[in-house]
Design a protein around this ligand. Sequence first.
Ligand code: 13P
Ligand code: SF4
Length: 330
Amino acid sequence: MIEKKWKELGYIDEPIPEGTDIKAEIRRMCKEKNAIIMAHYYTEGEIQDIADYIGDSLALAQKAAKTDADIIVMCGVHFMGETNKILCPDKVVLVPDLNATCSLAESCPANEFEAFVKAHPNHTVVSYVNTTAATKALTDVVVTSSNARQIVESFPKDTKIIFGPDKNLGNYINSITGRDMLLWNGACHVHEKFSLEKILQLKEEHPKAKILVHPECKGAVVKVADKVGSTAALLKYSISEEATEFIVATESGILHEMQKACPNKKFIPAPPEDSTCACNECNFMKLITMNKLYNCLKYEWPQVEVDRDVASRAIIPINKMLEISENLGL
Ligand code: 13P
Ligand code: SF4
C-alpha cells in the first residue's frame, strides 16, 4: 500500500529498521525480483558502487533496450526513467525519487517546443536525450553527447535542423560540423556555472593537468578543453591518457569512477563561478539515496509511467538514435 504522504513527496521516506544491512538487502531484493539497478555517473558514489550497471545516457538507454530483467531501477533523473519505460513498456521502471528532474529537460516544455517547430517548417528536429517524453514525441531523432556529432553529420549538409534544448551543446556541434542548426535556448544549471577564470587558475597551479569538459558547458570553457565529451568519453580519456592530473569540468559525481579506475591519478573538480564550493553538483542526481533505493525496491514504487500515445511517438526517434549508433559502432 503506497501511502498518500509518499505520493505527495514523490518518494518513500519510511525509516529503515536499525541493524538492516542495506546493501545486502538491496542485492537480495534485486535477485528475488529479477531487478537490475542502473546508475548514472553523477549519482552518489555508494549508488554507483551498488549498481549492476553504470554509464552515460547513451549506454544506459542501450542497456535498458537489451535487459531481460523484470524491473529496472534507474538511479538517475526522470527523463532517463522515461526513456527506459518507452523502450521497455512491459517492464516496471522505478526512479527512487520522482523529484529528480533535469533543468535542461524542464527548459523545453513540449507545448512551447511544438510552437517553435511549427514556426520553422521543413526542418529536421534533433533533440538531446535530456528532454521529457512529450518533447521527444515532437522529434525526428534523439541524440546524446556521445553521438550528437555523428548523428548530425549523418544528414546531408544542406539539411535544415532544429536542435534542442541545449544551446551550448548545439553551439559546440555547429562549431565542429560547420552546420548552422537552429537552437532552442536551453541550458543545464550545473554546466552553465563553470568558471573559466577558476579553471585557468587551476591550470596555472597544475600546468601538466589536462582539462576535461562536458559539451553542456559554455563555449568559452569548451574552448580551453583538451578533451570534450560525454561522461563516458571523459572517463575513457582519463584512463587512456598518460597524464596524471586532470581538471574535470562536469558534474563532480564522475570523479568517483575516475578515481576508482585510476587510483594513482589526480582528479581536480572544476569549481562553479558563484560559490566558494570546490565542485559542482547536480542537486537532482543527488536526490537518489540508498534509503530511497531500498524503499523503492521494497515497495516497487515510484514507478515511471509514460502516456501510451506519447510513448508510441517518442519511441521512433529513440530507436532511430539506437539504430544509427549501432551502425556507427557507438
Ligand atoms: P552524459 O550523456 O554525458 O552522461 O550526460 C548526461 C547529463 O545529464 C549531462 O549533464
Ligand atoms: Fe540535467 Fe544538468 Fe543534472 Fe545533467 S547535470 S541531469 S543536464 S540538470
